[in-house]
Design a protein. Structure first.
Length: 340
């Protein structure tokens, strides 16, 4: 299973200087491995009761030569209505390659960096400046919105990636062992490590908000049991998950729990707006996800043809559970076969 993520904003601030529209990275993300206007200021206190001294201040400058717009601010995103997909929501999950926006589905889940319309830069206080490139799917978010689709933006919140534009700003002390995917390593998500990298993750969520994503798929938040190189407990993992949800909601973003079956309970079901699971049928662990459906929240469930799965092997179970199932390849390109 892919690794879910959880983010928290530590004491300190994230300063974002937006030069033109947000832009993406030419390299696509890697799917995760199996494992169970004017300038405006925002200061958000985390609603997570377990969080201590966690807040973020984001200062965002509007694009040069443009008139200030409320949509350029994190504040406006936090005030917007958060999308809560219900069971029965059709969807496409594509985080590599060129995206075809014309599918007859309600929601697209695409890579945040690949979808950036132009080059931009932002500064994370205490860390440095991030230069983001124009993405291979530049303009796709706008194109999907014109077709009345919801857009979920994929990003890593619990792993370091050597192909992302902020890669040099992460201290070595928080970078652990490989997640199993090329160029990707676990982050130390224990609370004591948050001040050393969490503002960088918060800045990624700010980029998603500025890019007009309707929500985010924060990945790689479930290092427990995956030999991350740090002594991370289930309590650590759950705390990170819940904090990621709080950070996304503070920015007006819908947010899903990615994998983390072992962390799924009443608290995570309440904190997240939906769930995205990989391979619970293959590993026979789908039962706990019914809690999301019982709460009226969608479960976007995926099995992989590369692993020998076919629709005949799992779609019946997904349909009975009221999950929205897809058959995909591990490359997570355009190909898809839906259960319903």
């Amino acid at each position: 299973m892919a690794v879910p993520r959880r983010l928290s904003v530590v004491s300190g601030c994230v300063t974002l200087l937006v030069l033109g529209c947000s832009a993406g990275h030419p390299d696509g993300p890697r799917p995760s491995p199996r494992s169970s206007g004017g300038t405006s200021l925002l200061r958000v206190a985390s609603p997570d009761p377990d969080s201590r001294a966690i807040a973020t201040s984001a200062v965002i400058a509007p694009p040069r030569g443009s008139r200030p717009r409320s949509s350029d601010t994190v504040v406006s995103r936090a005030a917007s209505r958060i999308w809560h997909p219900k069971p029965g929501t059709s969807w496409q999950w594509q985080i590599t390659g060129k995206v075809n926006p014309s599918l007859r589905v309600r929601m697209y889940d695409i890579d945040l960096y690949d979808a950036q319309p132009a080059a931009s830069s932002y500064r994370v206080a205490g860390f440095g400046t991030v230069h983001v490139d124009k993405g291979i799917n530049a303009g796709v978010i706008h194109a999907l919105h014109l077709r009345h689709k919801k857009v979920i933006c994929y990003l890593d919140s619990g792993a370091w990636e050597n192909y992302r534009p902020d890669r040099r700003l992460f201290p070595r002390s928080v970078i652990g062992r490989s997640t199993g995917w090329s160029g990707e390593r676990w982050l130390d998500i224990r609370r004591s490590a948050w001040p050393r990298f969490a503002p960088l993750i918060a800045a990624r969520l700010d980029l998603a908000a500025r890019s007009h994503c309707d929500g985010v798929e924060p990945d790689q938040n479930n290092p427990w049991g995956n030999h991350p190189g740090f002594a991370i407990t289930l309590k650590d993992q759950k705390a990170w998950y819940l904090h990621i949800a709080a950070l996304a909601h503070a920015r007006g973003l819908s947010v899903g729990q990615k994998n983390g079956i072992e962390t799924t309970d009443a608290a995570t079901v309440a904190a997240f707006d939906w769930d995205l699971n990989e391979e619970c049928n293959l590993y026979r662990e789908c039962g706990v996800l019914r809690r999301y459906v019982a709460a009226g929240k969608a479960v976007f469930q995926v099995e992989y043809a590369d692993e020998g799965m076919t629709r005949a092997k799992f779609c019946g179970a997904d349909d009975r559970a009221n999950f929205d199932g897809l058959l995909k390849y591990l490359s997570l390109g355009a190909w898809r076969r839906s259960c319903r």
